[in-house]
Ligand binder design. Structure first.
Ligand SMILES: N[C@@H](CCC(=O)N[C@@H](CS)C(=O)NCC(=O)O)C(=O)O
Length: 254
């Protein structure tokens, strides 16, 4: 698959995101899996007027592709797959591909939208829910979603290293940030052994490790220490800033 007419073959990618932006983390993982260099543009404030001009919905992430802006993580990921089909983030088999998309959509379309920050803020600030109630809301929807995801994986005929294959892909890129979020909210994950196994496998990979919140340039903690522990690979080499990946030359889409 080639690049759509009118685009330069050396596409410049700028990702507008924030360290804790889990939808953005999905995109960062996919960019890393595809070995695509990109510029990390940290959004300092959600109410930033400048960002709203770029993405009127005001949610993160947004990807600038040769100065045009695409919002919505799943649309961005689809675009990356179309522009840079190799290595693919989808399984070869069409049914498995659909299953991987279905797994990813359960997270991106059903779970994440009802548990994210603006929903929790609305529950607390407008509807008057207290902290335990907001937490109960969060845990309830994680339980519902994660038990379905666990069951979906249990239906696979063979146990694979990652969600839908022996190489990580779309489903894994959606799962890992959601596991991070669930841990941040103290969800009990012990009932999801497959999700935990896959999460552990993914975290061993540099592509996932470098997309993690603590590795981003706007992370308020001492990311340099974390980076030191994980560094030594190829993604991001040459950059003092783990969010700005400069190690790979811009790739020409085939
Ligand atoms: N469906 C959107 C969701 C984007 C989204 O909700 N992003 C969150 C951060 S993960 C955000 O910008 N939240 C702002 C807020 O909650 O106020 C996508 O997949 O890109």
């Amino acid at each position: 698959m080639g690049l759509a007419a009118g685009y330069s073959p050396c596409v410049k990618l700028r990702l507008h995101t924030r360290y804790q932006n889990s939808a953005g983390q999905r995109v960062r993982i996919v960019l890393n899996l595809k070995r695509l260099p990109y510029e990390y543009v940290a959004i300092p404030s959600l109410s930033s007027e400048a960002y709203r001009k770029l993405n009127p919905q005001g949610l993160m992430p947004a990807l600038e592709v040769d100065r045009r802006v695409v919002a919505q993580s799943m649309a961005i990921i689809e675009l990356l797959e179309e522009l840079f089909p190799e290595p693919s983030i989808l399984p070869d088999d069409p049914i498995l591909r659909a299953e991987a998309r279905s797994f990813a959509q359960l997270i991106a379309a059903d779970l994440h939208p009802i548990n994210n920050n603006r929903i929790r803020r609305y529950l607390a600030d407008v509807l008057g829910a207290d902290e335990p109630q907001v937490r109960a809301w969060y845990h309830h929807w994680v339980r519902q979603a994660f038990s379905s995801l666990e069951a979906q994986l249990a239906q696979q005929p063979a146990q694979l290293r990652y969600c839908f294959g022996d190489r990580p892909g779309l489903a894994d890129a959606c799962l890992v940030p959601q596991m991070d979020n669930a841990r941040r909210f103290d969800c009990d994950l012990s009932q999801y052994p497959r999700l935990l196994e896959i999460d552990t496998e993914c975290r061993k990979l540099e592509e996932f490790a470098k997309a993690a919140p603590a590795m981003q340039p706007d992370y308020p903690g001492a990311w340099a220490t974390v980076r030191k522990r994980l560094d030594g690979g190829t993604v991001g080499q040459g950059s003092a800033n783990p969010g700005i990946i400069t190690g790979n030359e811009p790739r020409r889409p085939p």
